[in-house]
Design a binder for this molecule. Structure first.
Ligand code: BGC
Length: 722
């Protein structure tokens, strides 16, 4: 018997309403812990309280040994536990600090698989625990506003909904291990240029619709324990102690009960910062090295003086101490933690799985991939093919026990008699140009091989001591342009001319200008930064052992000027301000609405199999809309499809994006298999933020619900009226 749609949805609505939904437990409290916290605060001297709210070494803040309160120990970072820098920033080079190097944030998000977010977080949490850390300084979730931001590789997406879904799993994964995650960088840190003080101006609508939702989900659904404020300002006030952001929105509207820490050195005043909602001042004044005096911190002696003089109430300090103690109790810092594990095979398997699902097949003309069994000789070209990335990029560096490069991955999988010849192709060095002799050798290798694989794209620097070498995808820098560095355009063009079966593998945290060669090569793979098992995952995808299933989390423009902030000339701002005048039209919201054709669209990613979408049907029950769709694997290989659900508002009183992502599902299908998918869209999925009324508004009328394989490849539609 076929169940009528409305009946089916009604029963699902009940399950969703009464089971399963996550609670807003930032409001929940543990009465026993709260009583102990109040007792501890009562027993502390003012000096002891002040000790707790500022750093006392590069990564720790002071405890109160007399009362059994331990130091709080933090560690980067978002995709692996950072090597030991001791208390003084000097790399230790002696301890057992080889941690699992997971794929970076953008590659994790490219999996579109929230369960992998959880597995990823669990690895981090377990390893942090083993290494004696209390807080992992991640995830980083700033919106990818410009392709040039040097930290895009650590972040997830241009789309707030996708971020919201991926971040919650990550946080729960970390925190279920009894370790705190630190959500960063709150907020508006969307460029590295002048990050220390640039003032971001954006509309309330952009704030609410684009820049805040990921943070909100992390706080409310993810129940994150700590939030790190960003370096920059918003509307004239530093974000770390921006009254509107921290007191009103984070701690007020969202009911955040955890700890707000500064980014390292992000506090620049005492009273304003104490009252603006920052709880813990971290960092090291580099000018104080090698003997920093932490008593000089704004939240140290100057704060003590202000409380003693009555300028700031002791209650303000108590609240900060309470928040620190709260996360200490929550993460078992007063009792015994379960043991963690470091760099196990299981953790490496998670790193590999994330890489397998996060690597994206962008182009596959004439099904050049997977590489046919008939192929006997492969030319592997490009310095990125045997480059390790883990120790580059700034604070997110990781020292893994090993890192499988693309070249090693191919050699391991194909075997030594596979006929692989490697040529470097280009030299990695700042401002390096095309090298004719390297190109000549690469062309020769390509000519004598059945296929040519060129590994290129962006880089992380390798040597942390040479700051400059970290550039391109690195903290503290933005990329100088979207053009390929080191003369790679010339190299790829020459290789493609020499061998029609050329495949390009791109590393990096986002878009690169491919216009010089995109139509000349058959295959393009976006590897992102795929972690310590990245080379194995890439080799398995290239040789057909794994079917690729990642999709882009950012639009790849044809050229930088097509990207909205650049088109408007609103990057990187002047020496004081940057105006986000593109407003809510970030990423595909801009490209779609203003009909600008991207190189590769948001949500795009190919598979070795094909999927057929059935007809969409929809019904609205108690204000929620349920959408039903069948998807079939019509090819010959098992594979996964990421079905994306977008909403298009047919008529609105405000200009709205052409479409917005409001749900998605990654499904795994055997050849011939069909699955029924049901998506729930609540009121918010159809609403926009009205800055005049200062609230979300749902305007009645017609809406289209679109099911797509990417933001531009819509396979099925249904219209509803609300
Ligand atoms: C970065 C943070 C990082 C901190 C500690 C800062 O420079 O912006 O992301 O967690 O340093 O290393």
């Amino acid at each position: 018997m076929k169940i009528p749609l409305t009946k089916l949805f009604l029963s699902i609505a009940c399950v969703l309403l009464y089971g399963g939904t996550s609670s807003f437990s930032q409001e929940k409290s543990d009465p026993a812990a709260e009583a102990k916290i109040e007792d501890l605060i009562r027993k502390m001297t003012l000096e002891e309280k002040i000790g707790m709210i500022h750093a006392n070494s590069s990564f720790t803040s002071t405890g109160v040994p007399r009362l059994g309160v331990p130091e709080l120990t933090t560690s980067d970072g978002p995709h692996g536990v950072r090597p030991e820098h001791g208390r003084d920033w000097v790399l230790d080079n002696k301890g057992n600090d080889s941690s699992t190097y997971l794929p970076t944030g953008i590659t994790l998000a490219s999996t579109w698989n929230p369960e992998l977010g959880y597995a990823f977080g669990a690895v981090l949490g377990s390893e942090a625990k083993y290494r004696g850390k209390d807080v992992i300084l991640g995830p980083g979730i700033n919106i990818i506003r410009t392709p040039l931001n040097g930290r895009n590789f650590e972040y997830m997406s241009e789309d707030p909904y996708l971020i919201s879904k991926m971040v919650v799993g990550y946080i729960k994964g970390v925190q279920d291990q009894g370790i705190s995650a630190s959500l960063k960088h709150f907020m508006g840190n969307n460029q590295e240029i002048r990050r220390d003080g640039i003032n971001v101006e954006m509309s309330e609508r952009a704030l609410r619709e684009i820049y805040l939702p990921g943070f909100k989900a992390a706080v409310i659904e993810g129940e994150v324990n700590t939030v790190m404020g960003s370096y920059n300002k918003l509307r004239g006030e530093y974000c770390t102690y921006n009254d509107y952001l921290i007191n009103k929105i984070l701690k007020g509207e969202w009911g955040f009960r955890g700890l707000v820490m500064s980014d390292w050195g992000a506090i620049h005043s005492t009273k304003e910062a104490l009252l603006g909602g920052a709880d813990l001042e971290m960092g090291t004044d580099l000018s104080m090295l090698p003997n920093p005096d932490y008593n000089k911190f704004y939240f140290a002696d100057p704060a003590l003086k202000m409380v003693r003089s009555g300028e700031v109430s002791e209650k303000v300090i108590d609240d900060k101490v309470r928040r620190i103690l709260r996360i200490m109790f929550k993460t078992h810092m007063f009792d015994k933690r379960t043991p963690g594990e470091l760099a196990t095979k299981e953790h490496a398997a998670v790193a590999k799985k994330v890489a397998e699902e996060g690597i994206i097949l962008l182009q596959n003309k004439k099904n050049i991939l997977p590489v046919s069994k008939m192929v006997k000789t492969i030319a592997v070209i490009g310095a990125n093919a045997n480059r390790e990335n883990a120790m580059g990029g700034g604070s997110s560096q990781v020292r893994p026990p090993y890192e499988v490069t693309l070249l090693a991955g191919l050699q391991n999988l194909a075997g030594s008699d596979a006929g692989i010849r490697f040529e470097q192709g280009y030299t990695i060095a700042r401002n390096a140009k095309a090298d004719p002799s390297l190109i000549r050798k690469a062309v020769d290798a390509a000519k004598h091989a059945d296929i040519a694989i060129v590994a290129g794209g962006w880089i992380h620097g390798y040597d942390y001591s040479k700051w400059d070498d970290n550039a391109y995808d690195a903290e503290g820098f933005d990329k100088p342009s979207m053009e390929m560095p080191f003369g790679q355009d010339e190299l790829i063009t020459a290789v493609a001319r020499a061998n029609p079966n050329t495949i390009v593998v791109l590393y990096g945290g986002g878009p690169i200008d491919m216009s010089a060669w995109v139509n000349k090569v058959k295959g393009i793979i976006q590897a992102g930064y795929p972690g310590m098992e990245g080379g194995s995952a890439l080799a398995e995808i290239i040789l057909g052992k794994v079917n690729p299933s990642g999709k882009l989390t950012v639009t790849f423009p044809k050229k930088l000027q097509d990207s909205p902030a650049h088109k408007l000339g609103e990057y990187p701002g002047d020496s004081v301000n940057v105006h986000y005048n593109e407003d809510i039209f970030v990423g595909y919201r801009y490209f779609d609405t203003y009909k600008v054709k991207p190189q590769f669209a948001f949500g795009h990613g190919l598979s070795y199999t094909t999927f057929e979408y059935g007809k969409l049907s929809a019904a609205t029950v108690n204000g929620d809309t349920f959408v039903r769709l069948n998807v079939k694997n019509t090819g010959t290989m098992a594979g996964a499809e990421i079905v994306q659900i977008y909403v298009h508002d047919k008529k609105a009183s405000l200009k709205r994006p052409e479409k917005e992502l409001k749900s998605f599902s990654k499904i795994f299908l055997a050849p011939g298999e069909v699955k029924e998918l049901i998506f729930k869209l609540d009121k918010e999925a159809f609403s926009f933020f009205d800055s005049k009324q200062m609230e979300w508004v749902l305007e009645p009328g017609g809406f289209e619900i679109l099911a797509g394989s990417s933001s531009v490849d819509i396979r099925s539609k249904v219209e509803i009226r609300l």
